[in-house]
Ligand binder design. Structure first.
Ligand code: CA
Length: 233
């Protein structure tokens, strides 16, 4: 089954001609694209659209690109590809371990950028879907241990089915990232034809009954209306 390329990408670039051509190529490749021309716009677009991916030009008016990247990183671990005009700068970024997933030096071909985006997404998706050997995910008193496949809340073990565990682990691993039902079906159930989106709804409901203080007013497993679900730490 072909994975739907409906990821939302935020392109932060102050040069309109570059922003335009990059958007065009990404849209052609099946992505949904938002653009921002400066730091403030980038932050508001990020809050509004909760993108799955960011392409960030480091040379922006009125903001240090790396500080903007840290702002994103404080909120999310979604992939970021950095655009830079200077190779020396790229070396500096790499040395700083700034949190970028890849770097592209200007001038670049838009097609190459699209290929890089796809490569990063493949890598990230592969890491997400192989929980073996991962470290436990901890949010407050909630601990998800992929090694022993156990969930504990305040040291109390909560029994989960295989799919409930996988679903919670994926969502909790990427807090605040919104997954559509289709993405969850693909990632947790492998997109099997005989499973429908209602399966996700049922599993979310059961998980809420197990982990939420009040399952009818969840604090962690949140529905994003018209889109899907996310984990709120
Ligand atoms: Ca620029």
């Amino acid at each position: 089954m072909i994975r739907a390329m409906n990821e939302h990408i935020l392109v932060v670039e102050d040069e309109p001609s570059i922003a335009e051509v990059v958007s065009l190529y990404l849209k052609r490749a099946g992505f949904t694209v938002e653009t921002a021309g400066d730091g403030d716009e980038a932050k508001s677009q990020f809050d509004k659209h909760e993108p799955d991916f960011i392409i960030l030009d480091l040379m922006l008016p009125g903001v240090e690109g790396l500080s903007l990247m840290r702002w994103f990183r404080d909120r999310s671990r979604i992939p970021i590809i950095v655009l830079t005009a200077r190779r020396e700068e790229m070396d500096r970024i790499a040395g700083l371990e700034s949190g970028a997933d890849d770097y592209v030096v200007k001038p670049f071909s838009p097609q190459e950028l699209v290929s890089r985006v796809r490569a990063v997404l493949r890598r990230v998706n592969r890491e997400d879907s192989t929980p073996s050997g991962d470290r436990p995910v901890t949010h407050g008193t909630l601990v998800i241990d992929p090694g022993s496949r156990t969930l504990t809340i305040a040291d109390k073990a909560i029994p989960l089915t295989v799919k409930e565990f996988d679903l919670l682990h994926l969502l909790a691993l990427n807090p605040r990232q919104v997954y559509t039902r289709d993405q969850l079906l693909e990632r947790i159930w492998g997109g099997a034809d005989y499973i429908d989106a209602g399966t996700v709804t049922v599993h979310i409901r059961r998980l809420r009954e197990k982990i939420e203080t009040d399952p009818s007013a969840p604090m962690h497993l949140l529905t994003v209306w018209g889109v899907g679900y996310k984990f709120e730490p």
